[in-house]
Design a protein. Structure first.
Length: 142
């Protein structure tokens, strides 16, 4: 999470950033487990990652993304990010993902890069363009 704009002070963004941290931690643990060849542990970690990602993506899309859409802001970027969410859902739930270590590592790296883009680009953008009343709505949705 960047700290240059103060967006992390908004409860909705702080919550999403915390979820990103958890997803990135799970992805890192999974990458190390796959690298070590511990397939049973990798399967359990992947299941936890899928749950965390799905919960996060669904909340983000229904919350912050929806507020930005309703405000007419960043629509092309939102479409791109939602498309990435869709692709990650498919890749992370592919039964063969853990069979290919290089593919697994690539997907996990791309997932963390996606979270970083949201942290450093989308969240500061949202802080700048959404009025206070939209942030208040986000606070009541959780």
């Amino acid at each position: 999470m960047c700290t240059y704009c103060g967006c992390e002070q908004l409860p909705a963004i702080a919550h999403l950033a915390h979820e990103h941290d958890e997803i990135e931690r799970l992805a890192s643990d999974l990458a190390a487990t796959v690298e070590a060849g511990r397939s049973q542990q990798a399967s359990a970690l992947l299941a936890n990652l899928v749950r965390a990602f799905e919960q996060h993506a669904a909340g983000e899309e229904a919350g912050l993304f929806e507020q930005l859409r309703q405000a007419g802001e960043g629509l092309a970027e939102l479409d791109r990010l939602v498309g990435e969410h869709r692709a990650f859902r498919e890749q992370l739930t592919d039964q063969c993902l853990l069979d290919d270590s290089a593919r697994t590592q690539r997907v996990l790296r791309e997932l963390c890069e996606h979270a970083d883009v949201e942290d450093t680009d989308l969240f500061p953008f949202a802080q700048q363009v959404l009025p206070d009343w939209r942030w208040e709505q986000l606070g009541t949705e959780r």
